[in-house]
Design a protein around this ligand. Structure first.
Ligand code: S3P
Length: 183
């Protein structure tokens, strides 16, 4: 018998949103949750609740790896639940273990935006420690290029949000999820 991975656990009736910082995951998750009658959950919020401190302070006092451990624990805490729309932190796809769990959690959608649109959305927000750098535009471009294959490998569907309204994006996610759940 050749070595092979065990079969993936069955996919559940949840919607999972992945993508880079500033892609609109949280806002879209709220709209999709309302449309489907599902509960919205945000892995960043779960991490903040567990650590009882804001993300930038977790990074500063405990480091990125500690944040990533909390993020993985947050994702695992959703195992077995259904009827959720899960909005995730942009770096959740960095760990292979997380990518596997994301796929098993539900119908997964990658929301992408251009470097410029992302920069415009995040430039006035200081809550993201990884973008507190001298040249955030260059950092966004580098990180986005490095992560794109990971988002692609994780997601069932990719939506380029550049030319779309929030309502259009939410509609696309909602109807695609309905279709996936009906199969
Ligand atoms: C991160 C994205 C953030 C948050 C943390 C790290 C990343 O979430 O999890 O600052 O590595 O891209 P958002 O994508 O919701 O901003």
């Amino acid at each position: 018998m050749p070595d092979s991975d065990p079969p993936a656990p069955p996919r559940r009736r949840n919607v999972v949103l992945v993508g880079f910082m500033g892609a609109g995951k949280s806002s879209i998750a709220r709209l999709v949750a309302r449309a489907l009658g599902f509960e919205g959950v945000d892995t960043d919020d779960l991490v903040v609740g567990a650590a009882r401190m804001p993300i930038h302070r977790i990074f500063r006092t405990q480091g990125e790896e500690a944040f990533r451990d909390l993020e993985t624990a947050a994702l695992l805490s959703l195992a077995g639940r259904e009827h959720l729309v899960v909005s995730t932190g942009g770096g959740i796809v960095l760990r292979e273990e997380n990518r596997k769990h994301l796929r098993a959690t539900g119908f997964t959608v990658w929301l992408s935006a251009t470097v410029e649109a992302t920069y415009e959305r995040v430039r006035h927000n200081t809550a993201r420690p990884l973008l507190r750098v001298p040249d955030p535009r260059a950092t966004i471009a580098e990180m986005m290029a490095a992560r794109a294959p990971l988002y692609r490998e994780t997601a069932d569907l990719h939506i380029d949000t550049s030319q779309l309204s929030m309502d259009d994006i939410a509609y696309g996610v909602t109807e695609s999820a309905r279709h996936a759940f009906s199969r």
